[in-house]
Design a protein around this ligand. Structure first.
Ligand code: HGY
Ligand code: MN
Ligand code: MN
Length: 416
């Protein structure tokens, strides 16, 4: 396959303008975004993405999980398409680039090929995966997971948010449930551009992360049950304080993760105490423990030690405990051919680059199970993400999209 010409580049201004335009939808309170999945804001962002894709001459597809597919025809209509995308949904205090850069980077590839009149043998399909974040509906990467056969659609439709609203009902409510069977689409390859969401690339002064692996993830929801009681009149020995038990368990979570330093990580981002009243000892605490590591046996060890430590704590305090696995995937090794296409692209374009393991989960981690897959990463300021202050530079965005363009076009094979 002929490699694309070195001077083949995307339009960085247009990509940046599109990022800023999309960021106006579902604004946060501190300059970032709150465009959570299946909200009206998500629907608005989807409509804008669809309009842009149609303006670029794409035909649109939509499956029964709301995954969006914008197809640019190839010279060989029978050839399996090269897919390129990420997610438009954000955290409640999310940034402007997490996921969005990958979706709009895919669109920018199509816009650039249109500008230059370049035809590829394989069609190219820009993609938006529903509910990558897993914040409103656990688990993360829900819809790419259904697409890859990791979850059933019925199970996904039954997932409930904190208000008890079901995923399937909300997808219908916003009018973005398609007819296509989920996972019926076959791919020649899948590429995802994403900000690193960590400090490595910026610290090492690298423009591009060539993602060889993704670390594995485990989400265990823990429910501790004690007894509501008065914070004033209840003697200390009589208390069954679920909040205190949770605090002791979270101390153990930190200790367990540190015991596998430097690569393992652990914390709880979701924490609810009930009834959450200033003068009531919490009778219940519900929290999700997030463990991650590039090594599966480390994840398994952390999960097992969590249960043993937590059981000991609640038994000693006379409380009850339940565990529910609400998310997880094994560490991922991306396709060597696709990874090489990313690395060769960075080299050809003269961008500094380094191999990297993804700390965060991505739709690519599931799609890698059904198609040759690789990721391109760009740095982010101070490695900060899942924070409204998330920031990247215009040059980083352009470099990442240039590399994505070359990797996609080389895989899709230029014909004229
Ligand atoms: O949790 C993750 O790693 C991703 O940001 N959803
Ligand atoms: Mn993301
Ligand atoms: Mn995210």
């Amino acid at each position: 396959m002929a490699a694309p010409a070195q001077n083949l580049r995307i339009n960085g201004d247009r990509l940046w303008d599109s990022l800023m335009e999309m960021a106006k939808i579902g604004p946060g309170v501190a300059g970032g975004n709150n465009r959570q999945t299946l909200t009206d804001e998500d629907a608005e962002g989807r409509a804008l993405f669809q309009k842009w894709c149609e303006d670029a001459g794409c035909s649109m597809g939509l499956d029964q999980m709301g995954n969006m597919f914008a197809r640019r025809e190839g010279a060989d209509a029978e050839a399996l398409p090269v897919y390129v995308g990420s997610h438009l949904d954000t955290q409640p205090t999310g940034g402007k680039y997490d996921g969005v850069l990958g979706v709009l980077g895919g669109l920018e590839i199509i816009r650039t090929l249109n500008d230059l009149g370049i035809k590829t043998k394989h069609p190219i399909v820009a993609t938006n995966w529903t509910n990558e974040e897993g914040t409103r509906y656990a688990p993360a990467m829900l819809s790419s997971g259904v697409f890859a056969g990791m979850h059933t659609q019925d199970w996904a439709y039954d997932r409930e948010d904190a208000e008890g609203k079901k995923f399937g009902d909300e997808l219908n409510r916003i009018g973005w449930r398609g007819d296509e069977e989920v996972g019926a689409r076959k791919m020649h390859a899948f590429f995802e551009l994403h900000i690193e969401q960590g400090p490595i690339l910026e610290a090492e002064g690298k423009d591009i992360g060539v993602v060889t692996h993704g670390q594995g993830l485990s989400w265990t929801q823990v429910t501790v049950t004690g007894k509501d009681a008065h914070t004033g009149s209840t003697p200390m020995p009589m208390r069954k304080n679920a909040g205190l038990a949770m605090a002791r368990i979270l101390e153990k979570v930190d200790e367990i993760a540190w015991s596998h330093a430097p690569h393992a990580v652990g914390a709880a981002g979701h924490i609810d105490v009930y009834p959450n009243s200033r003068n009531v000892i919490p009778g219940k605490a519900v929290f999700t423990v997030d463990f991650r590591s590039p090594e599966l046996d480390v994840i398994t060890d952390m999960e097992n030690r969590l249960r043993v430590a937590a059981e000991d704590i609640v038994n000693e305090m006379g409380l009850q405990i339940e565990f529910e696995k609400v998310g997880g995937f094994d560490p991922v090794k991306f396709d060597e051919g696709c990874v090489a296409a990313v690395r060769d692209a960075a080299e050809r374009l003269g961008y500094s680059h380094t191999d990297i393991i993804s700390g965060a989960g991505h739709d690519a981690c599931w799609i890698n199970r059904v198609a040759p897959t690789a990721m391109v990463m760009c740095p982010c300021v101070d490695g900060l993400s899942h924070n409204e202050a998330e920031e990247i530079s215009k040059d980083w965005a352009a470099a990442g999209a240039d590399v994505l363009l070359h990797a996609v076009v080389e895989t899709a094979e230029i014909v004229e």
